[in-house]
Design a protein around this ligand. Sequence first.
Ligand code: SF4
Length: 211
Amino acid sequence: MSHLSSDPIFPICDLFSSIQGEGTWSGRPMVFLRFWGCPLSCSWCDEPLHKDPNARIEMSIGDILKKIQQSTPHIPTVLLTGGEPLAVKELPQLISSLKKTGKWLAMESSGIGYDIPDGLDWLTISPKKTVAKDKMLRADELKFIVGPHPSDEQKADINHWAANHPNVWLQPVGDGDIPNPQATKTALELVMASQGRLRLSTQIHKYLKIP
Ligand code: SF4
């Protein structure tokens, strides 16, 4: 497929519809646009597709809009996820085009990459390393992935944001298709001790065995 040079190409590895399984919008139907590639390499990453060179598809804005319109015209919500959408310089152009189609547009990011673009209706930052304060405050939702034994540094970070952001979630790290039991216990203890400031995210799509 050929593209005009002014028509940016986006590295995508999946485009599908399902329900959101995590955080504030759990249960809400969404189109998931998954970007290929991420500048980070988290050992627990549960999205292997974004690292698989064979899964990388190059799509123009027109390709993406057409695929969404043809396959999921009845779903008004789109989630940009990854991989890392914020690592793509031309992201603002895609957001602007998607907004013109009337979609409610959300993005999930580790916060590592370019500035947060305008036009998003919902932003989730899931920090894997220190993220600039302005990006954390810009997020509608913060989601920390918690391992079995979080470091004192991560606990201090979680406590700081629990006191300074209204919507903070802890999500136990995965162990295959289920949450790691010790991580779940740890996250639950932190949530229960948080005086109502933290919430537990449980990845319901994994229990339901859906994408
Ligand atoms: S930031 Fe997210 S997508 Fe990137 S390697 Fe870590 S878990 Fe995977």
